[in-house]
Design a protein around this ligand. Sequence first.
Ligand code: NAD
Ligand code: NA
Length: 396
Amino acid sequence: MIIEPRMRGFICLTSHPKGCEKNVLNQIDYVKSKGAIDGPKKVLVIGASTGFGLASRITSAFGSDAATIGVFFEKAPAEGKTASPGYYNSLAFEAAAGKAGLYAKSINGDAFSNEVKEQTIDLIKADLGQIDLVIYSLASPVRQHPVTGVLHRSVLKPIGDTFTDKTVDFHTGIVSDVTITPCSDEDIANTVEVMGGEDWAMWMDALLNAGVLADGAMTVAYSYIGPKVTEPVYRKGTIGMAKDHLEATAFKITDDLAKIGGKAFVSVNKALVTQASSAIPVIPLYISLLYKIMKAEGTHEGCIEQIQRLFSARLYTNGTIPVDEKGRIRIDDWEMNPEVQKEVAELWKGATTENLTAIGDLAGYKSDFLNLFGFGFDGVDYAAEANEMVEIPGLI
Ligand code: NAD
Ligand code: NA
């Protein structure tokens, strides 16, 4: 069928298999253009199908010839209905990996469940023996707890005070005030259950106990800090409490991995347009101002540039891994540059519907958003019939 973007709210209901393929191939080309990394050889990526996780899988495979297992939760195609973009991304990734002679298999299911952890361990045992890197890159609004069965929902709310500030509807370009009322205590606990570190620790525990972690294995989860303007809804809000928990969990996991000499890290990444971040109020306006400034200074990066730099300049330099005073890897260094932040803060004050296209990179935001779903790529004929029913061979 002919596939066009169909927007509803913060999401796009359709995705384009050829465009998703193009997205993946572009990322592969980028990683190859940066040269080989003396990196991991057998990698598990949890949340491997989009955003930072997909970039981690691509960097592992095409930067250091790694065998990869990807875990994700994506919608397969149905007659007349496209798959979710992460499904087509993974199909394209596996095809490219296969062509390059690289092992790649994927598991589509709920990573929070015991079943998916067991399936993953079985697959590692059968095919790879042991793994040396685990990337934890889940972003989800819900988690069914594997022990209690409770379905926890995360919320994006301030703590304590009502928050009012500017936001932009990136589809229409309209800048307006958004007011978010403070969360309840339950909201905090639920958000920590979903986006905190418990599931990461459960994964590492299960992998360690199954004997599938190689000596010196490393695990990395992703976090975010961001600017003052987003603090009440992000870092000091409910999601920030979850990120605090995730960051604290790294130390606990490092302790648990002592017997194999393993280490857990959190990497603080840059704000980027992904399905997860588009849904957070205020962030799209911040991103559009940030992009404008970083593109002008030549320091703008997307997920793949971020992760390629994380692997080549932080994780696998053959030297010590540099961390901040809280033990975190910082690959958000260019975003958090005080000069950049000062400029964003100034632009923020004056941002309106009328001037945003001039002072911000709304066009860049929109184009990145469309790209997430495989739309807007050069070299893809969107007027042509596309086969939405393509399937990932051997998907578990
Ligand atoms: P994303 O939405 O692009 O990717 C989420 C991934 O998780 C997908 O592969 C999805 O299939 C998978 N997933 C979700 N629920 C799942 C489940 N129940 N079982 C299995 N897989 C599941 O998100 P992203 O922006 O790449 O976020 C990844 C991590 O990076 C998050 O921890 C996020 O907070 C962090 N981060 C994001 C940004 C940003 O600006 N986007 C910045 C810094 C850090
Ligand atoms: Na991801």
